[in-house]
Write a protein that binds this ligand. Sequence first.
Ligand SMILES: Cc1cc2nc3c(=O)[nH]c(=O)nc-3n(C[C@H](O)[C@H](O)[C@H](O)COP(=O)(O)O)c2cc1C
Length: 254
Amino acid sequence: MKSMNSPGAASPSAGQIIRQRRSLQACDGRTSIPAERFYRMLARVMPRVELPVARRPAPWDAIPWEPAIHFGLFVHRVDGIEPGLYALARDPGKVAKLRECMHAHYAWEAPEGCPANLPLYLLERGDARELATQLSCRQEIAGEGAFSLGMIAEYQARVGEPERARPWFYRRLFWEAGAIGQVLYLEAEAAGVRSTGIGCFFDDPVHDVFGFKDLAFQSVYHFTVGGAVDDPRLTTLPAYGRRVKARQGGMDLR
Ligand SMILES: Cc1cc2nc3c(=O)[nH]c(=O)nc-3n(C[C@H](O)[C@H](O)[C@H](O)COP(=O)(O)O)c2cc1C
């Protein structure tokens, strides 16, 4: 198994990472990431609800509602972490609600070495590669990476309470999911691996896997992170290259 980028390696600038980021088209099925990197990626998607919104780390200071999205994870190749199903509560106060709504037999064990302030729990040990692939419309990228995840939204309480329906919050769930995806794209690139948003997944089977039986939680977006296989048929041009060239040549192509 190939392992990428120890956390101590010199890090490139944010600008470089933002410009070079691309979605992976296929995973190599062997690259792993160290547990420290995995924890660091997950720490970056935590809005830190203990802080007032304006003092939360970017981009969470730009999202003026309390986090509504949590993760159901499929861990395949993270060195030092047992493969299996995991849950991450992006608001520690929601662990109990998630636990109440998921399968009763889940373990809810803190993985070894997990930072105390990261509400990540092992639900069930095992090889989840085939399961993750099946759930994401049989896309191999979900099972061949280091890990993939379903973004599980608090649905009923935010959108559909009968006495106070807020259909407009539905759109916010996707804004929040999109922001999480952007963070994961950049964190994966910075870790020397790549990632891809997965919009095609089977939501009812996802709910069955984790044990959700009603509309309390709803899977809204999936994501995968892993070692990328380059597709030589695709051409990647420098990000913003046309603008730079235009400025140099006196043309304005914006
Ligand atoms: C919301 C969203 C859903 C996506 N769903 C899938 C998917 O189901 N399968 C897949 O292979 N790629 C998926 N992608 C990745 C896109 O194909 C990719 O972002 C697009 O080709 C642009 O490539 P780039 O990110 O390298 O610029 C998704 C991307 C986004 C933002």
